[in-house]
Design a protein around this ligand. Structure first.
Ligand SMILES: Cc1cc2nc3c(=O)[nH]c(=O)nc-3n(C[C@H](O)[C@H](O)[C@H](O)COP(=O)(O)O)c2cc1C
Ligand SMILES: [Fe+2]
Ligand SMILES: [Fe+2]
Length: 405
């Protein structure tokens, strides 16, 4: 029996998939989870991946799963590793991957937990009632674990996306177990990897571009990498892996995938600002340039953050609200700040029925982003569009499309 994970054909053994000789995927899908980290809306849930590596003498298991799926996961582990598990490798201590550790230790009392020193400290914090004495092994950057004829080598990947994170390399199969890096939302393995992986990266790892660059350099220095096994989403190999590596390089350098393209992010109470924002998007597309319009009042901000990582240009359109910025726009720009977005050109559309000043607040927030500039003229609507504002909008569209990348 076989199935597709990404573009990678895998054997299904019972409920477990043999990814390659001796490596089994024993993770669990959580298709009904509504929000990841209780904030990012999901359309088909998320997977908590977990892998069994049979190394001859010893068997390792990489990462546990969210507490929502503990029972199912333990069944899958038992089916894939009837010989038992010698090592539970904890690459990341965030509870979506660590919550089932105590139950695992009850089931496998002879197993040793292998993790970075900071991970072992966090382990004790999450499980104060468990005595891990004599059952842990701390490993650092470059350390290896012998499983018999095969080895796993560990590399630090701090802040992707907690400080204790490591990735593991299995030279025998050219597999990198990448923790949260290269993860994505969703449980539909036939879906295009990039859109949700972009939303996942930008919102979850986005702030840590320089650390991601360091991880990419470590991966590039490995003798051969044919497969990446992340903790969420499909196993990556072949063309999908090559594309993912390119996208990760762009995203972590805060370089847009579409340097010319424009994100039009708008907020609107009564629809007047929205109309002008959509008009701007139509004009841009009429010039043959890609534009994506996102209504910040109806779509979750994480989608807009993802598109801000994709496009080189961003038009922000907002009403004035209580002498300030409309909250949905404030939230969007705040997210760009905390995710470290940089190297973008912005254009501004503001609205106000008596004292419009949203643009001043948008400019101030954009001014806090590295290597970002506001391209004029600002379009100021006084309630709704008119012939004058239509002219100014045309100039803004011209200027933003002609602005240097
Ligand atoms: C609660 C509230 C507060 C507002 N505060 C201001 C304000 O401080 N200054 C201003 O010029 N307009 C203010 N406005 C008016 C809107 O900015 C204005 O009507 C705008 O045209 C709305 O654009 P829209 O049709 O895109 O929602 C406020 C509107 C509301 C509902
Ligand atoms: Fe995480
Ligand atoms: Fe995770």
């Amino acid at each position: 029996m076989s199935a597709k994970v990404g573009n990678f054909a895998v054997k299904v053994i019972g409920m477990n998939k043999e990814i390659c000789h001796g490596i089994y995927s024993v993770g669990v899908d959580d298709p009904d989870l509504a929000k990841f980290e209780n904030q990012y809306p999901l359309t088909s849930g998320v997977s908590y991946n977990s892998y069994v590596v049979c190394g001859g003498d010893k068997t390792a298991l990489l990462d546990s799963v969210d507490r929502r799926c503990t029972g199912q996961w333990l069944e899958r582990v038992a089916a894939a590793a009837p010989q038992g598990v010698d090592y539970l490798i904890v690459l990341h201590m965030e509870p979506d991957h660590s919550a089932s550790i105590a139950d695992f230790m009850t089931r496998y009392p002879g197993a040793v937990i292998v993790a970075s020193a900071p991970a072992l400290k966090i382990l004790g914090q999450f499980f104060p009632e468990v005595d891990f004495a004599g059952k842990t092994l701390a490993v650092g950057d470059g350390d290896s674990l012998q499983l018999g004829s095969e080895t796993l080598t560990f590399y630090g990947a701090p802040m992707i996306h907690w400080p204790e994170v490591m990735v593991a390399y299995h030279p025998a199969s050219g597999t990198v177990f990448s923790a949260d890096a290269f993860g994505t939302f969703g449980t539909d393995s036939a879906a295009d990897w990039a859109p949700e992986a972009r939303r996942y990266y930008s919102n979850i790892v986005g702030k840590y571009g320089s650390q991601t660059q360091k991880l990419l350099a470590k991966i590039a220095a490995l003798p051969s990498v044919g497969r990446i096994c992340p903790l969420h989403g499909p196993v990556l190999s072949g063309e999908v892996l090559a594309r993912a590596m390119k996208l990760y390089d762009l995203w972590s350098r805060y370089e847009p995938e579409e340097p010319q393209g424009v994100l039009v992010a708008y907020a609107s109470i009564y629809g007047n600002t929205a109309e002008v924002a959509l008009n701007a998007a139509r004009q841009i597309e009429a010039r043959g340039v890609k534009a994506a319009a996102i209504d910040l009042c109806s779509r979750d901000v994480s989608f807009a953050v993802g598109e801000a990582f994709r496009f080189g240009r961003i038009i922000c359109a907002s009403p004035t609200y209580d002498a300030g910025l409309f909250p949905a726009m404030h939230d969007f720009l705040y997210h760009l700040q905390i995710k470290g977005v940089r190297n973008r050109r912005f254009g501004l559309i503001e609205n106000g029925s008596w004292a419009p000043n949203a643009a001043r607040f948008m400019s101030a927030m954009i001014g806090q982003l590295k290597s970002c500039e506001v391209v004029g003229p600002t379009v100021t609507l006084r309630s709704t569009a008119n012939a004058t504002t239509a002219d100014v909008l045309g100039q803004l569209v011209d200027n933003i499309l002609n602005s240097a990348e």
